[in-house]
Unconditional design. Sequence first.
Length: 329
Amino acid sequence: MLANGASLVINNFLVENAGGFMMERVGITANNVSIINSTSDVVFLIYSTFNAHDRATLNNFLITNNRTIWDFEPIMSFESSRSNVTINNMTIANNSGSRALYTAGNIVINNSIFYNPEIINSNEIRLGNHSSIEINNSLIYKIGNVDDLEEFAHDTLFNTSPRFLGMHDSSLSPNMWEYYQLHETSPCVNAGLEDISHLNLPELDLAGNPRVHDGRIDMGAFEFQGTVSVDDENEIPILTALIGNFPNPFNPSTTIKYTIGSMGNVRLNIYNIRGQRIKTLVDEVKEAGFHSTIWNGEDQQGRSVASGVYFYRLETSTGNEVKKMMLMK
């Protein structure tokens, strides 16, 4: 994608098995962007501007499992000395290239996770000759010399594993977004900035869950939602709700999450823009609790549907709820 203009706001954008995300000569705020599972001969995320007043704010980004063909290319590059970039709650992990980030301008990194063991250089982040950087409450896994960044960092972890959920669950692989959720033992849980009022973050994380859980924000694009024990006498009652789907937009598949307050029959249907039902994903009795199901972009007859807007509707004995999603091919 190329963004080139005066000022832009981008929400809910997915780049998968494709090229990069380029922003030029523009002021931009981008929320909930995923750049995943791709191979490219160019940098995956580029921001360049000649106007010192232009600013880029990147919130809830997931940049994972990407490969640059040329060893000298970084995964992200902010090329202009006039660029001003703020990164909030980014997870950039399991990519291969020269570095995770090169910046020639000014950058502030908050509540973010850099975990890229396969990059070629000993440091994930490289600063240009006239650049400035501030790192707050983040995790930088690969850094050969801590002194290179320590003076710019506050409450930041170096050479530490983020303990993603996928590191503890063999059913998850690095090409799955669920892999990058936080495990309960992760040092990134409740480790973000105490005061985030100035960040103007979306209310939800990249998976559609509340951006802040348990009173303090986590590092990374996904907020740890805690564990629920059936033996907990103080357990909070679960309500029936349609949480959302991720990724959104998506191609070729997306995961829909929902909760059921009490055991009963559940129907989850997909509708096209005309209101025609094209697929029934769930039609059975479900126990109370959290559930998820995958839609692979096919109708009831197994045929791939066209790109566009679709609706998914959760029907239970206590009511119905509808949300919107977009398939992009």
